[in-house]
Ligand binder design. Structure first.
Ligand code: F6R
Length: 607
């Protein structure tokens, strides 16, 4: 969850390390720090609470010189986000940065305290620095002390270490958390992902589970979990620096909402052969011989699977079980070889989703990952990968990655339908034509922004907001509520419209906002009854619908947001846009930190 970066070279590294951290800020942003080995052989640190800009200011006031260093941006797990808890942690000549959770840290801490080590932080990570230092104290060299320390760690870690008494090297290890090594010209690097190294080198080694590495300015030596030296391939990373630009927008989230027509178009282009009117999904899975799809993900990506369930069941008559990965992985799910596992993740690094993937592989089922980051752990470990083409998503609240996931999933569902003989050639061709209309329809949905902004003014003071929908719009109600709470800090819940009467309607009082997503369809009249029921109890209904729905609702709702008329299958992709814009404008009006909301991080690499 935290971000790690390290450079071993000849030139000054402190400010470059901060540049690397900025590319990793999406992983956590409650404190940050840098440790550098100075030319005089000292280990020096600068750390700051808060965002990377605070660390930058600290370094500007009190610079660090040196050609070897490690740095960290933190998302707190153990210990509050204070300067003392910020990494790097040091012990004597050793400093470390760590991403993950050390499960046996209490035992190690007690042992190290008894041996006279003094702890400066409440973190689990600090034990690593003292463990290495204790090895050195007992006569080991850094190679030996680092390996001995790593062997004692239980839990998940990606870590990097330096030693002022053995300069010119960075020691790195991974188990459960991703870590890459970069090979530059006369420089070596480590980073949580290849994006951290973008701009410095595109030649990267993805460390495998249990790997350890010693990185110098001339290259890297990698050792597997048994300590055997191994050759890991040097790959060319596609990550590019310089994307982190908001352009004309106030926030990345706003920019990313507006990038959706392109993100969806690029994703569709991967899976739809426009000329042939065919879906290119056959190579991903033997769809005809799958009994059941077990779809697992977290957060917004999970809601994408909940929408996709409708598509797979309707278009492919394929049974789909969905679950959040954090529950799935611990409930001993029954998986057979005839099942296929579908893992959906923007980052491709979400710890629970990765664990679910590994579980399904172990059970012998084929795994298909829908991911946005080609070099991610989930992409590398899945049997097959269906990429989304959203491009880097910087805003912590997922927007374009979600609609790109939906775009990939609708293609997989239709492709599966064809492969399973549920859809014939004509139906496939027609659906190809229909889904390719989505980017245009999303563009039209974006045109409702001024109206949505006007409505947002009325909701900034709300304490609770309910989101309601039926069928595919139920997951969208859940997604709308998630979006609103995570960026505006307003309490929100999503419900299936038909469930209101079974409890949630008790929450309605005069003026309670209820956001209903309901384009006109066969269930519209049922949802309209629910709108009437809550309106009669004082709710202020905001209805997201199309012109036919607006006509039928005939002023039952206090506010109406118009979305374009759409073919049924693509409606969730289009309806996602007003839902996102509403949350965005409420949060922007409230002045919250929209792109980096409190307590969150973009990539959740701890369980
Ligand atoms: C919410 C959001 C999160 C992520 C979730 C999974 O806006 O972004 O709920 O969807 O943390 O992340 P990925 O897709 O990277 O696995």
């Amino acid at each position: 969850m935290c971000g790690i970066v390290g450079i071993v070279g000849a030139n000054q590294v402190a400010t470059r390390l901060v540049d690397g951290l900025r590319r990793l800020e999406y992983r956590g942003y409650d404190s940050a720090g840098v440790a550098v080995l100075t030319e005089t052989g000292d280990l020096k640190r600068r750390r700051a609470r808060g965002k990377i800009a605070e660390l930058e200011a600290r370094l500007a006031a009190d610079p660090l010189d040196g050609g070897v260093g490690i740095a960290h941006t933190r998302w707190a797990t153990h210990g509050a986000p204070t300067e003392d808890n910020a990494h790097p942690h040091a012990s004597g000549p050793v400093a470390i940065v760590h991403n993950g959770i050390i499960e046996n840290y209490q035992i190690l801490r007690d042992e190290l305290l008894a041996a006279g080590f003094i702890f400066q932080s409440q973190t689990d990570s600090e034990v690593i620095a003292h463990l290495i230092a204790s090895g050195i104290k007992s006569g080991l060299n850094m190679d030996e002390a680092f390996s001995a320390a790593v062997e004692r760690l239980r839990g998940a870690y990606a870590l990097a270490a330096v030693n002022a008494e053995e300069p010119g090297r960075i020691w790195a290890a991974r188990a459960g958390s991703p870590l890459v090594v970069g090979i530059g010209d006369g420089e070596g690097f480590v980073g949580s992902d290849s994006l951290a190294l973008a701009g410095w080198t595109n030649r990267v080694i993805y460390l495998e589970e249990g790997d350890r590495a010693v990185v110098t300015s001339q290259g890297a030596r990698v050792f597997d979990s048994d300590g055997r030296e191994v050759v890991r391939p040097v790959q060319i990373s596609r990550a590019v620096a310089g994307f982190a630009d908001k352009g004309e927008y106030r926030h990345f989230m706003e920019k990313e909402i507006h990038e959706q027509p392109d993100a969806v178009a690029r994703t569709l282009a991967r899976y739809v052969d426009i000329d042939a009117g065919r879906f290119r999904t056959d190579a991903l899975l033997d769809w005809a011989n799958v009994d059941r799809l077990v779809a697992t993900a977290c957060g917004t990506a999970y809601y994408a699977t909940a929408v996709a369930k409708f598509w797979f069941e309707r278009q492919a008559r394929l049974a789909v079980e969905i679950d959040v990965a954090s529950e799935f992985r611990y409930r001993d799910p029954v998986i057979s070889k005839r099942d296929a596992a579908l893992l959906v993740s923007q980052s491709g690094e979400t710890a629970d989703t990765l664990a679910a993937l590994r579980y399904c592989r172990q059970m012998g089922s084929r795994t298909l990952a829908v991911v946005n980051v080609a070099e991610s752990s989930i992409a590398r470990e899945a049997d097959a990968v269906a990429m989304t083409e959203a491009g880097p998503e910087i805003g912590v609240a997922s927007t374009k990655a979600f609609t790109a996931q939906l775009a990939a999933l609708v293609c997989l569902a239709v492709g599966a339908g064809r492969a399973r003989g549920v859809l014939d050639e004509r139906a496939e061709r027609e659906l190809a034509r229909v889904v390719l209309e989505t980017p245009r329809l999303i563009n039209m949905a974006l045109a409702a922004e001024p109206e949505i902004e006007r409505i947002a003014h009325r909701l900034t003071a709300a304490r609770d907001v309910l989101y309601v929908g039926r069928g595919v719009f139920h997951p969208l109600a859940l997604e709308g509520a998630l979006k609103l709470k995570e960026i505006s800090y307003i309490h929100a819940e999503g419900y299936a419209a038909g469930e209101l009467k079974h409890g949630p309607i008790a929450l309605i009082e005069e003026g309670t906002p209820v956001v209903v997503t309901a384009p006109y369809d066969g269930l519209f009249s049922k949802t309209l009854s629910n709108i009437q029921e809550v309106s009669a109890r004082g709710a202020e209904v905001i209805l997201i619908t199309d012109s036919r729905g607006a006509e039928e609702a005939d002023n039952t709702a206090a506010q109406t947001v118009m979305m374009p008329e759409c073919p049924e299958i693509v409606r969730p992709l289009v309806a996602a846009v007003p839902v996102q814009m509403l949350a965005y404008h409420i949060a922007a009006l409230k002045g919250t930190d929209v792109d980096q909301p409190r307590n969150l991080a973009k990539s959740v690499t701890v369980e």
